[in-house]
Design a protein around this ligand. Structure first.
Ligand code: UGA
Length: 437
């Protein structure tokens, strides 16, 4: 069944969802209130860095299955299904999620809904939001009770967004009616055999918060082990490898290093704590405070290692920062551990030169005071210490000999535990890493 649908919000999630829905044959209008973004998208230009997505966008536009608009009226008239893909960032001055973009989208869309349709939330939200929005839609839409709502959380990872959307490991459908379940099963049918879990609203909302909290906890767990390894003179990389053979533990998301950042994990664990507090269940999630604290400590520890390597003070030193994105294969710098470290080092009086294969423009805009270079070699020129903070393959593949020619002193901090210490030491580098001797 081919549906006419809209995808509201054209960020990392919305663009990916819109292009993938067009790819599997649906007719899609993507909406954003940013006119420039919409113009660029309509001309086939992807405003973000995401592997394979530009191709899909262009194919969707060319097939006539996909277009973008700023008009809620056009969207409301066109769609039988409306996906909500708005951001829910951390609220200023608090831990809770700011759901104002979502509320504004519902308020703009609802007055145009004058025939039966399905609104589907994909954003990560505090549990209880779906129930609240369902009531708001019923109250504001001329079609009233004929506007159905479902909650269908998204689990895609940046850098693998297209793959994760077209080949999800599961689909969670929080529904209140059989009709909503039937429609959504039909929407996703072209994806083939995927486990579909049908739940109520709060369970669907919580699955997402629980999944991201678990992932954050796994990363902070291994980073806590890294702290103990540092104190005991052990090696966290070997330790993690040994743990990984126990398939109850598993090796994925067990890479010790600078820890997690991005627009999801950090703000999601905080929003989850805030919401649990409101519900009177705050005690259940106090451990997430520790998860957050361990994560933040890794950033400070990375600065310590850099300072130690240059003899105790960063003032007046030249520091190379490799990586600005919060993870490789992305240009996203939201809560980026790499940029945080770069800024901290700069604040201690160092001259910092940052290079990233995709996130330079975003980094420059957000952190204009830092120095920037257009290649790793250029960033490394005259450096007293090189900090590898985002594990782009390009950095993993660096030749310690060649990079050694550019720097003033062969000092390296491997913030992601991706370099071969023996090879770097053999090339005359003093190598330091988190959780290793
Ligand atoms: C995360 C989840 O993995 C997705 O399932 C979820 O859909 C998404 O958030 C979301 O809520 O939208 P993403 O933020 O793209 O996806 O990034 P991850 O791949 O989860 O990485 C998060 C951070 O953890 C990165 O900074 C990464 O460098 C760090 N990380 C990851 C580690 O430090 N160690 C690891 O072993 C793995």
């Amino acid at each position: 069944m081919r549906y006419r649908m809209t995808v509201i919000g054209s960020g990392y999630l919305g663009i990916t969802h819109a292009a993938c829905m067009a790819e599997i044959g649906h007719q899609v209008i993507g909406l954003d209130i940013d006119e420039d973004r919409v113009r660029r998208l309509n001309s086939g230009e992807l405003p973000i860095h995401e592997q394979g997505l530009e191709e899909l966008l262009r194919r969707g536009l060319a097939s006539g299955n996909l277009r973008f608009t700023t008009s809620y009226q056009e969207a409301a008239e066109f769609g039988d299904i409306h996906f909500l893909c708005l951001g829910t960032p951390q609220r200023k001055g608090g831990y809770a999620a700011d759901v104002s973009q979502l509320d504004a989208a519902v308020d703009s869309l609802a007055p145009g809904l004058n025939r039966p349709c399905l609104v589907v939330g994909k954003s990560t939200v505090p549990v209880g939001t779906a129930e609240r929005l369902a009531a708001r839609l019923r109250a504001l839409a001329p079609a009233g009770v004929d506007v159905d709502l479902a909650w269908n959380p998204e689990f895609l990872r940046e850098g693998f967004a297209v793959k994760d959307t077209l080949h999800p490991d599961r689909v969670v459908l929080g529904v209140a009616t059989e009709r909503a379940e039937t429609v959504l099963r039909e929407v996703y049918e072209p994806l083939g055999a995927v486990p579909v879990l049908v739940t109520d609203f709060p369970t669907a909302e919580l699955v997402k918060s629980a999944a991201n909290s678990f992932l954050a906890t796994k990363i902070s767990y291994i980073n806590a082990m890294a702290e103990v390894c540092e104190a005991a003179g052990a090696d966290v990389v070997r330790l993690a490898e040994a743990l990984s053979y126990d398939d109850r533990i598993g090796g994925r998301f067990l890479n010790a290093g600078l820890g997690f950042g991005g627009g999801c994990l950090p703000k999601d664990i905080r929003a989850f704590m805030a919401r649990a507090d409101e519900l009177g269940a705050g005690q259940a999630l106090t451990f997430l405070r520790e998860v957050d604290a361990i994560n933040t400590r890794r950033r400070a520890r990375t600065v310590d290692l850099a300072r130690e390597l240059v003899g105790g003070s960063l003032t007046g030193r030249t520091v190379t920062v490799l990586g600005a994105a919060f993870k490789p294969d992305s240009d996203d710098i939201r809560d980026s551990p790499a940029l945080d470290v770069a800024v901290a080092v700069e604040q201690e009086g160092a001259r910092v030169s940052v290079y990233d294969p995709a996130a330079l423009d975003n980094a420059r805009k957000a952190r204009p005071s830092l120095g920037y270079a257009t290649s790793a070699a250029e960033a490394a020129r005259g450096a007293d210490v090189v900090l590898l903070l985002t594990e782009w393959q390009e950095f993993v593949d660096l030749s310690p000999e060649e990079l050694g020619e550019a720097v003033a002193v062969r000092n390296v901090v491997d913030g992601r535990n991706v370099l071969d210490p023996a090879a770097w030491r053999a090339a005359g580098w003093r190598y330091r890493a988190l959780g290793r001797r």
